[in-house]
Design a protein around this ligand. Structure first.
Ligand code: DQA
Length: 141
């Protein structure tokens, strides 16, 4: 069974409360349930991790080395700022897929750059929760 680590960055724990017009009305627990259900129906083992702290995300990526077969990452705001997360993904060399709930490409200019995305093999952007399902499916190809 492939082991997939799902990493969610800052403020994603506020789903349902934060800017529902952009991120939807469903909360973070619903997202976790959605990911777990889809992983199990695809025959994948998924661990979900959320942090509001850049260093904790770097530590988690490093701890995935030789443990996980894949990483699905929504680095949230750190997408657009964190070279440390990019370097951590490159360091472990684990296949990674980038997910964003909203369509960052059509939002503010500062969201147009994705550092973590440079280390990802696939990107599902602006599909809401479904982006995570597509990312899980990618690991079944
Ligand atoms: C996000 C998009 C980011 O620009 C933003 O900072 C987030 C969430 C998304 O999933 O759409 O926090 O990663």
């Amino acid at each position: 069974m492939k082991k997939i680590l799902v990493i969610n960055g800052p403020n994603l724990n506020m789903l349902g409360i934060r800017e529902p017009d952009i991120y939807g009305k469903r909360d973070y627990n619903s997202l976790c349930e959605y990911i777990k259900e889809n992983a199990s129906s695809l025959g994948l083992e998924a661990e979900i991790f959320q942090s509001n702290h850049e260093g904790e995300i770097v530590d988690k990526i490093q701890s995935a080395y030789r443990v996980f077969d894949g990483i699905i990452i929504n680095p949230a705001a750190y997408t657009h700022t964190s070279v440390a997360i990019l370097d951590a993904l490159k360091a472990v060399g684990i296949d990674a897929v980038e997910v964003h709930l909203s369509d960052v490409n059509t939002r503010e200019e500062f969201r147009q750059i994705s550092y973590a995305g440079l280390a990802c093999k696939e990107h599902f952007i602006g599909l809401g929760f479904e982006g995570y399902k597509k990312a899980l499916e990618w690991f079944c190809k």
